[in-house]
Design a binder for this molecule. Structure first.
Ligand code: PLP
Length: 396
């Protein structure tokens, strides 16, 4: 069938009709157990009653109004985000890439406003993903994202985890503005940055007046079992990009910054037509309320512990299929020996289990944060059957 859609997605042969909780219902009637969650986005499952009601109520009142007015819900959600984080100032966006873009601009503008306009260089890390806009692809560590998209933008450089000398030298340079990283890489294959390294980066950056930007678009908002992934390390960034789970599936993102880092973000320097519109804020507030409940975060830790333990058991039984089990909380990566894309297809078509792909030949499991123990056990059964199927295929 011909399509007028740009061919940028490798789409699965699955036409989704509707979703409920952790299940997706295809147009042909097949029911799937969804461990993709819109890639870490439908954090409360599909069609969560409270979120549905919030959208309905707000849609009847006011969909959209320009940011030149005071928008219902923005102040309240910003207050809550700041009360629960290092941040003092929030800018709302429609996506993760836009949140990253705002974070990069905030960092450079800070130095400009601080009398050091020469500090422009942004350092990203290997394996990272920050979105698809120009700043985001240039900041990320994967050269595939920039291939064919013109010259690399000046002012962006890459570092490699573990290359301590290069990291120290970069942070000490007088033209360095900021470093950007995901405390737990998502697309890179559920790779956690060691907590001791995050604390070390904080010390080094403080010493040299360099800002730290965390991209918690995928790993934030409760995904790791704490509200923010960096909380595990007992430190905080200066600026942070979030999105995905923030709207529970509705397009909501935000750039958070400390008062100091937000110094240059004054009237007229940045903006968005849709960012933080009333519908987005209504559903964002409802999602935030649910996700920040202590029982939601406890559930993440409990279910993650169970899944990790069961997956480790499967790794022992299927060493020919599973190479490694990693990640933090419900951002779980399983590094495979067979091709991860093929494995995803077998999970989907043979066992109606949806998992996401990831770098380093991983499949990622990103179930909703309110996932039940029964559903987690169901995932393990389906995953086990997929491993058996993979073993058969590899022998054949
Ligand atoms: N940053 C990270 C860590 C992400 O995982 C993503 C998306 O997967 C983005 C940024 C980009 O977000 P969006 O696709 O909403 O622009």
């Amino acid at each position: 069938m011909s399509s007028h859609l740009m061919g940028v997605y490798n789409r699965a042969p699955l036409a989704v009709d509707h979703g409920k909780g952790p299940r997706l219902y295809a147009t042909d009637g097949t029911v799937y157990l969804d461990c993709v969650s819109g890639i870490s986005t439908n954090a409360l499952g599909h069609a969560h009653p409270r979120l549905v009601q919030a959208v309905k109520d707000q849609a009847e009142k006011l969909w959209h109004v320009s940011n030149i007015f005071q928008i219902p819900g923005q102040e309240e959600l910003a207050d809550r985000l700041c009360a629960d984080s290092f941040a003092d100032a929030v800018f709302f966006t429609n996506s993760g890439s836009e949140a990253v873009e705002c974070a990069l601009k905030t960092a450079r503008k800070y130095h400009h406003a601080n009398g050091q306009p020469e500090r422009i260089e942004i350092y990203g890390f290997d394996g990272s993903f920050h979105g698809r806009t120009y700043g985001a692809i240039n900041a990320a560590g994967n050269p595939n994202y920039v291939e064919g998209f013109g010259p690399r933008l000046p002012g962006y450089s890459q570092l490699t985890f573990g290359d301590h000398d290069a990291i120290k030298a970069a942070i000490a340079r007088p033209d360095t503005a900021a470093i950007i990283l995901e405390p737990v890489q998502g697309e890179g294959g559920a790779r956690s940055v060691p907590e001791v390294c995050l604390r070390g980066l904080r010390e080094l950056c403080d010493e040299h007046g360099v800002l730290i930007i965390f991209d918690e678009v995928q790993c934030g908002m409760g995904r790791t079992g704490k509200l923010w992934a960096h909380e595990w390390a007992g430190m905080a960034p200066d600026i942070m990009a979030i999105a995905k789970a923030l709207g529970g599936g509705f397009p909501v993102g935000a750039c958070l910054a400390s008062d100091k880092a937000a110094k240059g973000m004054t009237v007229g320097v940045h903006g968005s037509t849709f960012g933080g519109n009333p519908l987005a804020m209504a559903v964002g507030l409802a999602a935030y309320d649910e996700i920040t409940k202590p029982e939601t975060l406890e559930n993440v830790r409990e279910i993650a512990g169970y899944l990790k333990q069961q997956l480790a058991g499967l790794q022992e039984r299927f060493p020919d299929v599973i190479e490694d089990v990693r990640g933090k909380g419900l951002l779980i990566g399983v590094k495979l020996k067979p091709n991860n894309r093929e494995f995803m297809g077998w999970a989907r078509d043979e066992n109606q289990l949806l998992v996401a792909g990831g770098g380093d030949n991983c499949v990622r499991m990103l179930p909703p944060l309110n996932f039940t123990r029964e559903d987690a056990a169901d995932v393990i059964e389906r995953f086990e059957r997929t491993c058996e199927f993979a073993r058969g295929k590899m022998k054949a």
